[in-house]
Design a protein. Structure first.
Length: 309
C-alpha cells in the first residue's frame, strides 16, 4: 500500500449537505448544496494494480472507475476520512473528488465533478446526479452553491456566519433498493401530479431560500425548510414516522430555525439550521448523533488543490 515513504500524490475533498432542493436534480431543477468541514484525504503512488486501503464500502471500485475516467495508470491508495458513511454528507463523492484532485490537481473543477459523476455511475450502476460531486469539487467556505442541474450553471451565494448546519442521524438506514425510491423517481419523471407538486414547489423554495439567505432572513430560511419537509412527507412521500418526529423535535429546540429530511428518504439524515451559539444545546436535545458543520472549500477551490510530491 501507499506508505509515507512511497507517496507520490495527495488529495483532499469535503463532504456536502444539500440545504434545499430535494428530488429535483434528476429532473433538471435547481439545488443548493454546500461543502462542509468533514474531509476525506487520500495518498497514492503508481502500482502494478489498483489497490486501496479504506473502510468505505466499494472504495476500490470507485478508485478504479475515477482513475480510468482520468486516464490514470493503476495506483495504490490509502484513505483517511472524517466523512462517515451513511451520515448523509456523501462519503462517496468526497472519496471520488479527493482521488481526482490528487491524480490531476490541474483539472478544471467542473470537469472533475462530471468525471466523478460518471465514475460513480460506473462503479455502482446507479444513475446518480451531479450535485454531490459539484459541491465537493467547487464549494467555497462561507458560501452555498446554487446549481442548475439542467445547464450546470452555478453561482456562489454567501452563507451566514451566525448559522451552523446540523446533520441529524435518524437511526433508520435502509438500502434504497428495498424502498419505493425508484418508484417515486419514475413517477416524478412521468409527470405524476402529486410528485410534480413537490418538484415545482421545491424549485420555487430554492429560489426563495436564496433570496432569504441574501437578505439574512433566518426565520424565513427555517420556514422554507419546514415547508420542504412537509412536501417531501405529503407530496413525494419519502419520509417516515421516525423522521417526522425528529423534524418536529428539532423545530421545537430554541435556536433551531427549521429542519427537514435530507437525501433520498425512507430514513437517513435530517438537516437543520441552528444558531451557532446554541449548537451544544441542540445536539443534547436531539438525543441522536448530530454532526455540527460549517461550510468549507471544495477540492478544486483556489488554494485547495491536491499535490504531487
Amino acid at each position: 500500500m501507499a506508505s509515507s515513504s512511497g507517496v507520490r500524490w495527495r488529495g483532499r475533498a469535503p463532504g456536502r449537505v444539500n440545504l434545499i432542493g430535494e428530488h429535483v436534480d434528476y429532473l433538471g431543477g435547481v439545488v443548493l448544496p454546500a461543502a462542509v468541514d468533514r474531509y476525506t484525504e487520500v495518498v497514492g503512488r503508481p502500482s502494478e494494480q489498483w489497490q486501496m486501503a479504506s473502510d468505505i464500502e466499494g472504495g476500490l471500485k470507485y478508485l478504479r472507475a475515477v482513475g480510468e475516467e482520468l486516464g490514470a495508470a493503476p495506483q495504490a491508495v490509502a484513505v483517511a476520512s472524517q466523512v462517515p458513511p451513511g451520515a448523509g454528507i456523501s462519503s462517496s463523492a468526497a472519496l471520488l473528488v479527493a482521488i481526482a484532485s490528487g491524480l490531476d490537481p490541474d483539472l478544471d473543477g467542473k470537469q472533475a465533478a462530471l468525471a466523478c459523476q460518471r465514475a460513480e455511475q460506473k462503479a455502482t450502476g446507479v444513475q446518480v446526479g451531479v450535485m454531490d460531486q459539484f459541491a465537493s469539487a467547487l464549494g467555497r467556505k462561507g458560501s452555498a452553491l446554487l446549481l442548475d442541474c439542467a445547464t450546470l450553471d452555478y453561482e456562489l451565494v454567501p452563507f451566514p456566519d451566525e448559522l451552523a448546519i446540523a446533520v441529524i442521524d435518524s437511526g433508520e438506514h435502509r438500502s434504497l433498493a428495498s424502498t419505493p425510491y425508484n418508484q417515486r423517481r419514475r413517477e416524478a419523471e412521468a409527470g405524476d401530479v402529486k410528485r410534480m407538486r413537490h418538484v415545482n414547489s421545491e424549485i420555487a423554495r430554492v429560489h426563495s431560500f436564496v433570496d432569504a439567505m441574501r437578505a439574512r432572513d433566518f426565520g424565513l430560511m427555517g420556514e422554507l425548510l419546514k415547508e420542504s419537509h412537509q412536501s417531501l412527507r405529503d407530496n413525494f412521500e419519502v419520509s417516515t414516522p421516525t423522521i417526522d418526529a425528529l423534524a418536529q423535535r428539532a423545530d421545537g429546540v430554541d435556536g433551531c430555525y427549521g429542519a427537514r429530511i435530507m437525501g433520498a428518504g425512507f430514513g437517513g439524515s435530517l438537516i437543520a439550521l441552528v444558531a451557532r451559539d446554541t449548537t451544544d444545546v441542540f445536539a443534547r436535545a436531539m438525543d441522536r448523533p448530530v454532526l455540527i458543520c460549517a461550510t468549507a472549500d471544495g477540492a478544486f477551490a483556489p488554494g485547495a488543490r491536491g499535490a504531487h510530491v
